[in-house]
Design a binder for this molecule. Sequence first.
Ligand code: SF4
Length: 210
Amino acid sequence: MRKRIGAELSREAPVEADLVVPVPDSGVPAAIGYSQESGIPFELGIIRSHYVGRTFIQPSQEVRHLGVKLKHNANSALIRGKRVVLIDDSIVRGTTSVKIVQMMRDAGAREVHMRIASPPTKFSCFYGVDTPERAKLLAAQMSVEAMADYINADSLAFISIDGLYRALGDNRDPAQPQRCDACFTGDYPTRLTDVEENDPAATLALAAAR
Ligand code: SF4
């Protein structure tokens, strides 16, 4: 399924490039799909150490930056002088994307194009997935163009919500939702009773953002 999402992303957001490089490990299946659909060669241009702690559970921004730095290393022998399509599965805070794009540039990439195998994550999850509050979601704060500037990519594109459903072999029917997609659409499948009771201002802001 993730390969099909990568293939759909390639059809929706093509780019002329020399290499498709996944952000390991989250971007690997989608990058294989993007590469197969586009014909651009797939390369493991970033090596990930499995011995360094996951950045998601580390508390401070400084430690998170350090974690990204220790965890990923670019293979500059592959990257130097190349136009690279970087594939990841999502952008949440943007912290990892900033570091990875810079890592590609430091390794000598000529162009860095970021492609994301999910729609922009604009809304928090209230069902148990540990996304941060909206104020910390990069896509809730800025446009795709501004995000491209922020992460210093030559271009940035996300799969559309309809493209995501196409890749699943499905159509999105808001009247009869089959799956939750609220973190992309703000279309929560239940009333957010805690938020409504405790934070009316946040409830109004959510409704306005949909
Ligand atoms: S799709 Fe729904 S349940 Fe899954 S992370 Fe997004 S908001 Fe949470």
